[in-house]
Design a protein around this ligand. Sequence first.
Ligand SMILES: Nc1ncnc2c1ncn2[C@@H]1O[C@H](COP(=O)(O)OP(=O)(O)O)[C@@H](O)[C@H]1O
Ligand SMILES: [Mg+2]
Length: 1107
Amino acid sequence: MEVKTSLLDNMIGVGDMVLIEPLSEDAFIENLKKRFDHNEIYTYIGSVVISMNPYKSLPIYTAEKVEEYRNRNFYELSPHIYALADESYRSLRDQDKDQCILITGESGAGKTEASKFVMSYVAAVCGKGQEVNKVKEQLLQSNPVLEAFGNAKTVRNDNSSRFGKYMDIEFDFKGDPLGGVISNYLLEKSRVVKQPRGERNFHIFYQLLSGASDDTLKKLKLDRDFSKYNYLSLDSATVNGLDDAGSFRTVRNAMQIVGFMEDEVQSILELVAAVLKLGNIEFKPESRCNGYDESRVKDKNDLKEMCELLGIDQSVLERAFSYRTVEAKMEKMSTTLNVAQAYYARDALAKNLYSRLFSWLVNRINESIKAQTKTHKKVMGVLDIYGFEIFEDNSFEQFIINYCNEKLQQIFIELTLREEQEEYVREGIEWTNIEYFNNAIICDLIENNKNGILAMLDEECLRPGTVTDETFLDKLNTVCAEHQHFESRQSKNSKFLTDHSLPHNCFRIQHYAGKVLYRVEGFVDKNNDLLYRDLSQAMYKAKHGLIKVLFPEGNPAKVNLKRPPTAGFQFKASVGTLMKNLLTKNPNYIRCIKPNDKKAAHIFTDSLVCHQVRYLGLMENVRVRRAGYAFRQAYEPCLERYKMLCKQTWPHWKGPARKGVEVLLTDLQVPAEEFAYGRSKIFIRNPRMLFSLEEKRRQCLENLATLIQKIYRGWKCRTHFLLMKKSQVVVAAWYRRFAQQKKYQNIRSSALVFQSFIRGWKARKLLRELKHKKRCEKAVSTISAYWHGTQARRELKRLKEEARRKHSVAVIWAYWLGLKVRREYRKFFRADAGKKIYAFTIQRIMQKYFLGLKKTMPSMSPVDKSWPARPYGFLDRTHQELRRIFHLWRCKKYRSQFTEEKKATYKEKLAASELFKDKKALYPSSVGQPFKGDYVEITKNPKYQKLNSFVEDKVLLADMVSKINRANGKGAPRVFLLTKKSLFLADLKTGQVKASVPLPDLSSVSVSTQNDGFFALKIKEGSTSAAKGDFLLSSDRLIEIITKLHCIGATSADKKQLKVDISDEFLVQFKQDKVCVKFIQGTPKNGNGVACKRKNNRLLEVSVPSP
Ligand SMILES: Nc1ncnc2c1ncn2[C@@H]1O[C@H](COP(=O)(O)OP(=O)(O)O)[C@@H](O)[C@H]1O
Ligand SMILES: [Mg+2]
């Protein structure tokens, strides 16, 4: 459970001055002291934070503290600046109210530190992210840069801000920082050329000389030794606790983070160096004839170096220090400057240079940190302006600073005291007025346009004639003499005539924070802030980019004769704008108090604190706070905010808002003294009451949120559950299905296993039985077979025995009968019985032989050579004779079946056999060939019609032959025709007869013994055909042709048969010459046919493949 805390817990003194009892100044101071002694430096007055400067670092700014204060109610924890920062940030983020944090207090009271704590707290609690962090870092890092250039050690504060700073931090709707804008107010530039005793120039000069590298210093033509520079006061050049060198590094680093370019940094440092150099330029008088002294630069070295640094023509600058151009009535006049004027000019240049550089820096930083978006921005302004200053010697700057503080006090009074009280009256709330000091009158003394001090100063500055600080004081003495808060020796107010604490050249103002004595010296000059035009023009001519920008009025093209607005005027205007700006925002106050003048921890100087408490109006603040109401709000937003706390107003209230709020508060039973109903607002007296309302609201919102959450979670869980359930059902169904399938498969496979086992077992059993049965059957059959076998064998044996017995009986009987017959026969046929038995036996054997031969007769084919075996040896010859007779008879039978035609064919075949068998190797191949005769189908082939008709007789043979050419031994195809009377050779294609030879003209025919078809037809010498010579022909059917030729002779009239010569060498009578045809056996080279070659005139060689 969250532990509720309150600022009342472990409280030292009282944390909120509103609760102090009794309400007295002493008690107030005592309370502050008590808390201060316990390091409780923060105390509240309502929502205002009083901050005591501890002058030592306290462990109360840690990250844990940030977390502790984050999002907590203002009064929940002990007072802290973080509580105010958190309140302000949340109000900005959640209620869209622009905020400003006004930090006031004397110089050294801790304003700047407080502003940094506020910024760092806001940076720590606002959004995160790369871009946001970069913005934050830039915003935070702008501080060290501005502090280096704008802060200095003073007697009151080692790090005193010498400029006013107001920074607007811009946020987006989520409260993430977007960027910021810094406004600076009046830098105390006189410090550049002169510092009061015990004080220093701006930090940057010391930081540069201590921290920059040798190289950088050389480039800037600077020396590390502070004492070399007139503008640097020596008595407190080094300050305890300030590490200038370290700070320089921090500043360089910060500049880099903020976004300065390297060359920009270099330019800035060059300008800083130039200021130092400028301080070292000294002048000496040079007498002129007109009696006036004219200034001259003493040692030109520093001038030269400065001009080199800034790229200025040395002579131009030198001249500007000696002469001054005055323009009046369109005329330009040059007047000389004396030494004092030259120094004045130099210092004015240095101050201007530095202050303009500072303003440029602020603008440059603004450029870097400005928000990138143009969307609506929420703004938190942090004002850290120089505190109220009372020095021994107060000048124009203090006057201005204190004026600014007066204005801030004015705002404070306006908003916290006057405005509050006025509001009670306006709202008709019963109210007893509380007296407080309103400093409006002092503000009026200073800023009144007609007779205010600033207006007087301006008037003096602009007035023609001699104007001095004294004339200004005179003027004040006349105009302001009557004013209650103005004191001067010479004023008409005789009261001060004898006041010796008031020197003659001074005036005193009773500020809200005390009386301050101002010395008028320098007021006019500082207000004029004059820089001779010659100098600004010289600066404009510089080649240095940055310096040119800083002195735009030096541009001769833009000569403006009008005087620039005075410093006082400018400041008044900018303070006016600032005040207007602050009034639009919700103010948060941090009132800083310094406990002692010694910058020391642990010292609490009552009088000093008392003084501050008084002028800050803190007591009045408490009184108003105690008498009044801590919180007010218009009815509508109030109802809107708390309506959920009451049933009647939630969710909507119909009716006037005030009525609603009344109902609400009544319902909540808020005691009547805790609030009051104003005309348009409800006033709540006690913050605690408000917080309790807030708490209730938070509780209620939490409950509402819980309710919404509950319903949403319920809905979400339910939908989720339903989905899960649905899914579960699906999953379960699928799983069950799967499980059942699995189980079924298991059962099935087990069943199968069982089944197979049982079946196997059954089968085996059956098999066993069957086997057994079979074995039994087999045994039975075997036994029976054996039995039957035994029986059969027994029977057979018996039968055999019986047969044998019968046979022996028969034999015995036959023998006995034979014996009986023979005995009987012998008795009767004894003489020729042997012959008769022999004849009978032979007869019987012959009969048996012939009958057997009849049965075993071979076939009728003449080629069947089989013949039954001879049964009896004595019939051997008979058996051979019978075989021969049978064969002849069989042949006769076979021949008798032949036709005439077949007979002729066989005759021819027989003739062929007689002629060639065993004589010519070609013969065996012709045996199987039927002698067909006509192979070219002479009668049917239309090609040979003519030839057919030419041959009168019957064609006995027609075939294709080759006629061998005697010249080369090659054959030409011819049709060979043979009739009873002649033979013809005709053309194969046309059928035309080429030669015809009557058969009687043939003398013989010659063939070889070889397997070739060559034959030579020899013509009888002296016959009619002899003229043509013999024919050498070749035919595959040589056997048939020659046989036919041979047989024709047998049938011719003279029965003269053609002679056939068979020899491997024979002569052929061609037309003129006789050629020998020789047959040799050999392997012809191409193919396996017969080749004929002419060897010489007398020899034709025929090579025949060997068989
Ligand atoms: N809260 C604090 N804790 C520790 N030291 C502080 C605190 N506030 C101020 N100081 C010290 O006081 C000095 C002056 O504070 P500063 O804020 O510069 O004063 P101001 O801006 O009001 O002139 C600081 O340099 C610091 O040493
Ligand atoms: Mg400061």
